[in-house]
Design a protein around this ligand. Sequence first.
Ligand code: IPE
Ligand code: IPE
Ligand code: MG
Length: 224
Amino acid sequence: MNPINHVAIIMDGNGRWGLKHKKSRNAGHKAGLNTVEKIIKETIKQKIKFLTLYAFSTENWKRPKREINYLFNLLENFLINKIEELNKQNIKLKIIGIKKFTKKLNKLLIHSEKKTFKNKRLQINLALNYGSKYELVNAFRCLSKNKEKINENSISKYLLTNDTPDPDLLIRTGNTKRLSNFLLWQLAYSEIFFERKLWPDFNDKDYNKIIKKFKNTKRNFGKI
Ligand code: IPE
Ligand code: IPE
Ligand code: MG
């Protein structure tokens, strides 16, 4: 059985869910938050140490302002209401992405990271204004500036995930088969599961099914 250290998730399908059920994309984002809580709980139960959640990509700025504002408002309220509980549960929150938001959100993110920094049970990497190509370009720039040798270790060291092992599995909900600029380097050998359900409909049972399948997959890493 394969051990699992790190699960990465592209939480896709909120907008479609919202339109279908409540005639508003934003309602889907709100409903998606409940799934986030369920999946965090189950990740702890499964004793998985790292969970990376794709919440907002560098490309998502192309969406209407109203939707973007709604999303960041949701996140602000989530952090204000839940950070104490996450901390109590010994969860560490780390933001991966370019931290260029409103002053209020920047402050809240830094506060949440600092507060939970020493926690050990589960690390949640929240990918926010994250783009894998940007992350790689930034790593190469740092290497060149510091005149460091270029190899796999040195590149990994300058990625935003430098304290996290590569994902064992990637899940993308929402019935779309693409990576959308997520963890291109880190996913080199991950098992990939594309899930038909939209993110707000995804639940712990679905999650466990995927985990079970993953555990029984023969991982070769080039060997036979
Ligand atoms: C994913 O859901 C969440 C974010 C990108 C913030 P979408 O909003 O992309 O939902 P669909 O794919 O349009 O249904
Ligand atoms: C990927 O979903 C980003 C997040 C889930 C945050 P998108 O819905 O933005 O991806 P594309 O644009 O359909 O590829
Ligand atoms: Mg989408």
